[in-house]
Ligand binder design. Sequence first.
Ligand code: ADP
Ligand code: ZN
Ligand code: ZN
Length: 732
Amino acid sequence: MIAKVIVDISVSEVDRVFDYRAIDGVARGSRVTVPFGRQTTEGYVIDITDNTDLPQDKIKDIISVLDDRPIVSEEFLSLCDYMTERFHLRKIDVFRLFLPAKMRGGRIKALQKIFVYINPDYIDVDPNLFIKKSAHSQMEVFEYLLDAESAEQSYLNANFSAAAVRNLIARGVFLTRVQDALRTPYKGVVQKEKDVVLTDEQSAAVNSIMSSEKPSLLFGVTGSGKTEVYLDCIERVLNQGKTAIMLVPEISLTPQVMRIFRSRFGDDVALLHSGLSDGERFDEWRRLLTGGARVAVGARSAIFAPLTNVGLIVIDEEHDSSYVSASNPRYITRDVALFRAAYNGARIVMGSATPSVESYFGAKNGKYNLVRLPHRVNMREMPEIQIVNMCSEVTYGNSGMFSKSLVTALEQCLASGNQAILFLNRRGYSSYVMCKKCGYVAKCEDCDVSLVYHKEENLLKCHYCQRRYSMPDLCPNCNSPHIKQGYMGTERVVEQVQKMFPSARVIRMDNDTTRTKDAHLKLLSDFAGGNADILVGTQMVAKGHDFPNVTLVGIMDADMSLHFSDFRAVERTFQLITQVAGRAGREKKQGGVILQTYTPKHYVYKYASAYDYEGFYEKEINLLEATGFPPFTEILRILISCEQESIALDATKLAIDEARALAEKNDGCFVYLNAMRSPKKRIQAKYRMQVLMRIKPDNDNLRKAVYSIADNVISAYPQVTCFTEVNPNDLS
Ligand code: ADP
Ligand code: ZN
Ligand code: ZN
């Protein structure tokens, strides 16, 4: 028998099937070791057949089978085929997604422990017959086990006399067995379950989700009780004997969320997230594989939870950009979810208070089942959002970061003993150029996205079409010299706050202060616990926690994400404002939001301050249609990188020539096509070039033709790295 093997080496040249002679125990999905060149490597068996093109004497034997069962299920073998084709990935990169990283190469194994129990022959016998009166320690541990039934030997040694334990084992009174021990994270986290009776709206949502053949989009305002809806749906599928996957953005995986799931489902939940040790991650994964847990909760990669018979997949905060991976292997979580749901006959629910425009478009066009939760559970009003025009502050001589209104509101908030959050809108470090006097922002005339300032060349560039503009000295709109890069740092904000309010306790939360593993959660819980008065932070403060004493949220620079060079910039701004505003006045206290902007007339602020998602959506979808962005097109980017600049240029020339030929053959399918240097020109000493195109959406054949251009580039220039992205989140 011949085993078709994918070897665990991530290089395009070996991304194909190799034939080996199967040995005993090899099956489809087995993880094996094989000879490869002069070395030994791991690999995955994707098929067993009788056919091979190799002569018999050239076929080598598989060396060994690594696990006690095929580790890649039939579902995941099909998923691998689907993902390699849909996203144009190497097979091995997909297999690596399926297993915990440290499991490959045998770096981690099940933790095995010795358990001790009483020999059944001694259980109903008077212990004084085999334990001497003087041997108190033996009697103690015997009585303990009579009660506990079994315990780890190391536990007994630590808590009783190790000699006594040894003695009883030696005499056959105690028996031992070796058993896998599990490193379960958050074992201590148990919360008494709140008795929640779903509201009528929530029950209707659950029924609609569970009876819909189509994926559901749960559009529920903040505080509408979406989590309870998910929990109820999960409970239903568990009662049907099925399993469930719940995805949340990494940043929202707070202890609070984990506690909710643990208290509801106990050991049936496995948590998968980046804060786990390798051992914990492996054990949680294995509990899902072996049926020890039936609910997987985690960030994006939990979509690959090794569950069978999946009945439900939840994608919470579906608009979050973390659901599209930004580096190889690039995949779209929702598409993987759709595949798994179709394979298992499972339901899908995607939830958000601010659905992505793309998803809402899908719901309106019948692709998704739209489910609404328009009311907050506690019927509380959303906090009022006050828009402050920073340009007029400049006119009145205040060119600082704090408007008068924000200073006054902070004073009142602190005086009444409440807490405040100051939010800095930070996404990447790309810098736009803005006039502080009139709010003018430099934009591309062709694409309607903000231009990015390139300091070395003192030029403004459009990241979508690469058009260049000179940097103006005076504002083209009002002739003011106050035209600059718009940028504000958390440190400077903290400095200013301390100057104005010397006695206030301030916590800063940004990439610098949250480098270590648990720093993010620690800062949040410090603030929640009342150890500070003001929390200054970036996107990280927007999600996860409830802060009952927060009555003021200040959005320092709302425009920052608005002028990000991205066609989704306005949408992301709307989502952020809604989310951050939701931090004010969560519980009993009414809260308020102050939003500082240099472009107060921008439509996003009108809709966001009125909490008018529908109005915003209508405006936005019309603009996207007019400018030819998704969902009306699909953006494809072929990214080429190489250490030698001339080779990168040649490879790019080949790609653009082939793309142009393809565009000619497919008249009208290409909306846009160009080749250029990537905005980040060099990363890790590699020159980066790109061919950017927008094509009519859902055209599988055309997308595949573009993929084969990338293949041709690699075969013509083996030195280059070349990937194709579909609707990337960011074009840096
Ligand atoms: P969302 O995720 O939609 O913003 P949550 O699920 O966090 O909302 O719910 C908001 C609050 O309302 C939570 O404290 C939750 O425990 C509570 N809640 C949700 N549903 C109910 C209900 N049916 N009865 C009472 N409280 C509820
Ligand atoms: Zn101006
Ligand atoms: Zn442009």
